[in-house]
Design a protein around this ligand. Structure first.
Ligand code: HC0
Ligand code: SF4
Length: 571
């Protein structure tokens, strides 16, 4: 252990601890912009500089480790003045138009400029003239970038995709898409992890709120909205509400007030996904020789794009089940349109997702099942819907609860856990067990695969069928390792769930941004708790799903189910 003094306090920490982390153990906050623990410790922003007695130069605290007897000052006059200079340098390359930036009010640079009283000063104005590419779900705005390198490092170290790279030299150094491609031409999966780790507004989702306002104002459109599992445990972070108060049903009221004609739940089609994907798995498992193994889940578009791009020989291993988002769109424009007796062309489907990649999934040419229009017309992130609420002066925190509409509005505990890593697998196993044995397992029988660990594995015994070996992976670096290990025969599984975002959709790229704080675990725990308290915890017991099969689809994997709910992953 090493003992040192920080701001007149004695601190004892393990050897090798950085000064920044040592200060944090004593609850001394040192400002940073670029720092992400164990991911980006490069001292790029120079805001975390501190003064060490006996050393002439100020040093960054994020990448210098403690030494016995050090005496450190984190907020001395020298430090403060140097920090102001470094902040000015950052501001000099940043387009200071906070009123038109989506991160206004949630921007580290804006906050520090305020805290260090730097507003109103004049900075260099000759910003680069690089046009913004609005053709993808992830949008990079050059003149807001502060070269903190977080996006590069997240993409390299956590997602293993190496999409972003340093470009140019000297004062022209910036961040761009490696190998001088456009983002659309690159391997980007649009997971949005770079967006949620950007400290300023240099990266954001493609804003689609205008299209939704237009549809809401169009008297010929019947507007139908679905809400993803993980959105319900994140929207209220903007309003500082407790998870108990911040229910999905309060969101329903707000969406109704906004003018949506029908508010439905993606949980409904998450249960349907289990019926289709679970049946598919049982079919594959009982005819093992016809298929290549393992079977992969197919509901995360970041993962699907990754697999098709990086390991295309494994595309057939993907379940043919569409994601719940896309099943919902296809059913809203078929089953539901028939039920209310309207032309599907009049139905405008909006998704609220924790995800940026869902925007590209909805735009796939294969996701136009019902007509030549997309089955899902617009995908909004959690951030976008909250912006819309704000613009309309709608505050869900002040609202009563309203139930979801029927018939696409009922979900079980098995559905809500889709939003957490391990949830899709857990829900699928609950129903696969039932399909094989005719009786329900303990709903918590598969809890070994829960939690945010990046790669989990377990073996479960299904009576009559034998042992089932499963893996649950989140984060694309882990997915790449999984694929390499599968290819090289180091691991063998029957069924694998992969989610592109660490911790699953709860930590998705479209979720509220808490600079430098990972939220997937806390949000995921709320989802698991909702499941625990749900009166129904098996997808096959969802009464609206049972009605859907009785009235319309007939059975899982029927001809109609195949047409509406499955895809060959071409395109
Ligand atoms: Fe997810 Fe989904 S769980 S991918 O993360 O399967 O976006 O929440 O909506 O579609 O249900 C995202 C979340 C979904 C889908 C569901 C799945
Ligand atoms: Fe989107 Fe969820 Fe996949 Fe992340 S894990 S890319 S939020 S579907």
């Amino acid at each position: 252990m090493v003992t040192l003094t920080i701001d007149n306090r004695t601190v004892t920490v393990p050897e090798g601890t950085t000064i920044l982390e040592a200060a944090r153990t004593a609850r001394i906050e040192i400002p940073t912009m670029c720092y992400l623990k164990e991911i980006n410790e490069i001292g790029a922003c120079r805001l975390c500089i501190v003064e060490v007695e006996g050393q002439e130069r100020l040093i960054p605290s994020c990448n210098n480790v403690v030494a016995e007897g050090m005496v450190i000052h984190t907020h001395s006059p020298r430090v403060r003045e140097a920090r102001r200079v470094n902040l000015r340098l950052l501001l000099s390359q940043h387009e200071i138009r906070c009123t038109k930036c989506t991160r206004s009010g949630n921007c580290r640079l804006q906050q520090l400029a305020n805290d260090y009283n730097l507003l109103g000063e004049h900075y260099i104005k000759d910003l680069r003239n690089i046009p913004t590419d609005f053709s993808n779900p992830v949008v990079r705005i050059e003149n807001r970038c502060v070269r903190c390198m977080r996006c590069v490092q997240i993409c390299d170290k956590v997602q293993g995709m190496h999409v972003w790279d340093l470009m140019g030299t000297g004062s022209h150094t910036t961040i761009g898409v490696g190998k001088y491609r456009t983002l659309g031409e690159s391997d980007c999966t649009f997971c949005g992890q770079c967006v949620v780790h950007c400290p300023v507004g240099g990266l954001q989702e493609h804003d689609d709120t205008g299209k939704v306002f237009d549809a809401l104002a169009d008297p010929n459109k019947i507007t139908v909205v679905q809400m993803a599992p993980a959105v319900r445990v994140a929207w209220a972070e903007y309003y500082h509400l407790t998870p108990e108060f911040a229910s999905a049903e309060r969101m329903v009221t707000a969406l109704k007030q906004m003018g949506f004609d029908y508010v439905f739940d993606t949980n409904f089609t998450a249960d349907l996904t289990i019926m289709e994907e679970g049946s598919e798995f049982v079919d594959r498992f009982t005819h093992r020789e016809r298929y290549t193994w393992p079977m992969f889940t197919s509901c995360c578009p970041g993962w699907v794009r990754f697999l098709k791009g990086q390991f295309p020989d494994y595309t057939d291993n993907l379940s043919t089940a569409k994601s719940p988002q896309q099943m919902f769109g296809a059913l809203a424009k078929s089953y539901f349109a028939e039920k209310i007796g309207v032309d599907p062309k009049r139905i405008f489907v909006v998704s609220i997702m924790p995800c940026t990649a869902k925007k590209s999934e909805a735009a796939l040419p294969t996701m136009r099942t019902v007509s030549d229009d997309p089955d899902v017309d617009v995908v909004l992130t959690t951030r976008e819907i909250v912006r819309m609420f704000r613009g309309e002066q709608i505050n869900p925190a002040t609202m009563e609860e309203t139930p979801f509409d029927s018939p696409l509005g009922t979900g079980t505990g098995a559905a809500v856990i889709f939003g957490a890593s391990g949830g899709v697998m857990d829900a699928a196993l609950r129903s696969a067990y039932y399909l094989v044995t005719g009786s329900n397992p303990d709903p918590d029988a598969f809890s070994a695969i829960r939690g945010v660990k990046g790669w989990k594995e377990a073996t479960f015994t299904i009576p009559k069928e034998g042992d089932l070996s499963v893996a649950v992976v989140s984060g694309l670096s882990n997915a790449r390792q999984l694929m390499t290990d599968l290819e090289e025969g180091r691991v063998h599984y029957d069924f694998v769930e992969v989610m592109a975002c660490p911790g699953g959709c709860a930590g998705g790229g479209g979720q509220p941004i808490h600079d430098g704080t990972e939220m997937a675990e806390a949000r995921g725990n709320v989802l698991w708790n909702i499941d625990k308290k749900s009166p129904v915890r098996f997808s096959h017991e969802n009464p609206e799903i049972q009605t859907l099969y009785r009235e319309y689809l007939r059975a899982p994997l029927s001809g109609r189910s195949h047409h509406l709910l499955h895809t060959d992953h071409e395109g």
